[in-house]
Design a protein around this ligand. Sequence first.
Ligand SMILES: [Zn+2]
Length: 72
Amino acid sequence: MSDLEGIVLFPPCQRCDEGTLVPLSDFGGQGAPIHYKAWVCTTPECGFNLKIRNGDVYIDEPVSDGTNRERR
Ligand SMILES: [Zn+2]
């Protein structure tokens, strides 16, 4: 048994150097889970985020409050 098993290291936030980027998952239109769709900094004041959508990577998008639905 390895002590390293089960330990996942998340990358540090490159902007604030304090937070950690954690993966978030989402659900697709058919209810299929999309794992690690976005990475977000754990520091609220920083808010750095990185996500992938339709094969394109978006860095530091404004956080949506849900009123702007994604266009299809
Ligand atoms: Zn940060």
